[in-house]
Design a protein around this ligand. Structure first.
Ligand code: NAD
Length: 284
């Protein structure tokens, strides 16, 4: 059995978007490390099936994180089941349209902002209200993205929502600091999950593994590898970490796109295998 993250056993954790991908892996990881887990997803069947498979105590809630009613309902379900909440992984998200900017509809934009950014705001507000009512501290991790830190020309609503989440994290960490509430973000790179299956460009999903070859570690990540970072940030080993964005992206964020070497500017595996991109390439 993997080593347990300190400070999770006996805690109550809410994981939104817990029915699939990174959220499901986090629910599993927190449960294995001894937390009671509330699995929240707009897809109630998926949440129930993840919750059923957890080794510890769990509850599944069908809720839309973009609405106040949805957030109220998962908080209520958590409190009914376990009496308090200690940890939140605000992770539910959608990719939305990959259309070029002139073709993005206002409805597409609003939907992505509603789930990813409004959902983050409502979740953080609810977490802080909960900690205030309990008279306790707590910890929150938001799932941001490399798209919170970098630009791409085909992800306008998505990266806008993810950049916005960092503003929330910074403000909430400032507010939470003196109140014993830590707020951090994890910024995954490429992790093949259902996120891409729902995209309006199915061809993209098939190229994910291939595109993973262009990051310094030359592979995509796994949901478990993101869950490990979330568990660390929620646990006691991160007791002095707040307002931080931790990338888990195989090194994608550090790539310098204006110099040669190291995979810089290599957008296809063919580029990577070209002579100039070999690891012993000494060009600056
Ligand atoms: P996923 O599609 O497997 O999981 C997302 C889950 O969120 C799904 O179960 C979905 O039903 C749920 N969800 C969607 N809208 C919801 C809503 N309104 N209310 C409640 N639940 C809702 O994708 P994933 O990759 O596991 O995504 C999890 C998070 O990770 C997202 O915030 C995503 O933006 C972020 N992320 C993913 C990647 C990646 O490469 N997979 C990279 C960076 C960031």
């Amino acid at each position: 059995m993997a080593d347990q993250v300190k400070g999770l056993a006996g805690k109550v954790a809410v994981v939104t978007g817990g029915g699939s991908g990174i959220g499901a892996a986090t629910a599993q990881r927190l449960s294995r490390d001894g937390a009671d887990v509330v699995v929240v997803d707009v897809d109630g069947g998926a949440a129930a099936s993840v919750a059923r498979d957890l080794p510890g105590r769990s509850v599944a809630v069908a809720a839309d994180v973009a609405t106040e009613e949805g957030v109220d309902s998962y908080i209520r379900a958590a409190l009914d089941a376990f009496g308090r909440i200690d940890l939140h992984h605000l992770n539910a998200g959608v990719l939305g349209t990959l259309a070029p900017l002139p073709d993005v509809s206002a409805a597409d934009f609003d939907h992505v902002i509603a789930v990813n950014l409004r959902g983050g705001f409502l979740g953080l507000r609810a977490a802080f209200r909960c900690y205030r009512n309990q008279g306790t501290g707590g910890a929150v991790v938001v799932t941001a993205s490399i798209s919170a830190l970098r630009g791409a020309d085909d992800q306008v609503p998505y990266q806008t929502s993810k950049h916005g989440l960092l503003g929330l994290v910074h403000g909430a960490a400032m507010y939470g600091g003196p109140r014993g509430v830590r707020v951090n973000a994890v910024a995954p790179g490429l992790v093949p999950t259902g996120l891409f299956a729902s995209s309006d460009d199915a061809g993209r999903a098939r190229t994910l593994t291939r595109r993973g070859l262009t990051v310094p570690m030359r592979r995509v990540g796994t949901p478990d590898e993101i869950a490990g970072v979330v568990a660390f940030l929620l646990g006691d080993d991160a007791a002095y970490v707040t307002g931080e964005v931790v990338s888990a992206d195989g090194g994608a964020f550090i790539v310098n796109t204006v110099t040669r070497g190291g995979g810089a500017g290599a957008w296809t595996p063919e580029d990577l295998t070209s002579e100039r991109n070999q690891p012993d390439d000494a060009h600056p």
